[in-house]
Design a protein around this ligand. Structure first.
Ligand SMILES: O=C(O)C[C@H](O)C(=O)O
Length: 291
């Protein structure tokens, strides 16, 4: 299967706009579950306002949140797919820029020293593009994630030592959620990356934070810890927007990797309540959009 780069560019444009406007069904389901269990009246009101915001945005084809985030594209290339890797990245960048200029969208991307904004949502190394491979034949998929600053600013890394054990993981995650308070726009998805190296742990935490609700860590021990921490964070009382309540997080998600005998990296990355993502699949039948 030969990839048409015009399809990639158009998908990169549509995905950014779509992600900013339509919340995935699993996140809407997460709101429904928290609404059922929330016991604090002010928190119930805030959850209701968030749900109303989702409806108003979708009914008016408007953005769920003003924060267009840092654009991230996760590309997965299947078997028998022919594409020039450099051109693929250029097409994604062009699509991201077109979404920003043509929609138009607020560009939230600036040079880290001059703070200059090119008003394209692009810059040095941005959009962030990750490329991976799968064994699915004749298919290239692109997942788009706009990562807002409220949640991204609350990213944490601890290089724990093995002697501190699993308790260090639990303590660090709980401390991060308490310290972040309302700054992540909770209810959040708490992404935890365990093991690997420092950079891999941070990468895994982002992957965990952007995983669909209802999915579980592939490792049984990781899945067990996810369950325990998901219950624990909702006992902290942070609540929606940090103003108190039971609904601090939709879930805690964990992704893990093997690590060094003398290391135990722990990274935390949180997703805000507007947990946006969109996916396009390019196949011989055409392009299909989903979450
Ligand atoms: O970028 C913004 O508009 C603000 C941001 O979403 C924030 O949470 O601080």
């Amino acid at each position: 299967m030969k990839i048409d780069l015009a399809d990639v560019e158009e998908a990169a444009k549509q995905l950014y706009i779509r992600a900013l406007k339509v919340l995935p069904p699993d996140i809407k389901g997460g709101f429904a579950r928290l609404t059922e269990t929330e016991t604090v009246p002010r928190a119930q009101n805030i959850l209701a306002t968030m749900v109303q915001n989702i409806h108003v945005a979708e009914d008016n084809e408007n953005l769920l949140c003003q924060d267009t985030g840092v654009p991230i594209y996760n590309v997965t290339i299947g078997r028998n797919v022919q594409v020039d890797g450099y051109d693929l990245k250029q097409a994604i960048r062009k699509g991201c820029e077109r979404a920003t200029r043509e929609h138009p969208l607020r560009s939230s991307v600036v040079h880290p020293l001059t703070r200059q904004n090119e008003h394209t949502s692009c810059g040095i190394e941005v959009p962030v593009i990750h490329i991976d491979f799968s064994d699915v034949p004749d298919q290239l998929s692109i997942q788009m994630i706009p990562k807002g600053s409220g949640s991204e600013n609350n990213s944490f890394l601890k290089m724990a030592i093995p002697a501190e054990g699993i308790d260090a993981i639990k303590e660090f995650v709980i401390d991060c959620v308490i310290n972040a308070g309302g700054k992540t726009c909770p209810p959040t998805i708490v992404g935890v990356g365990l093991g690997g190296t420092s950079d891999l742990a941070v990468h895994l935490a982002k992957r965990a934070a952007t995983r669909p609700l209802g999915s579980h860590c592939a490792d049984p021990e990781g899945a067990k810890l996810e369950k325990e921490l998901s219950a624990a964070v909702n006992k902290l009382g942070v609540g929606p927007q940090g103003l108190g309540g039971d609904s601090t997080a939709f879930a805690v998600h964990i992704e893990l990797a093997s690590t060094h005998i003398t290391m135990n990296p722990i990274a935390v990355n949180m997703q805000c309540h507007s947990a946006r993502r969109a996916t396009a699949t390019l196949a011989p039948e055409g392009v299909t959009y989903g979450f």
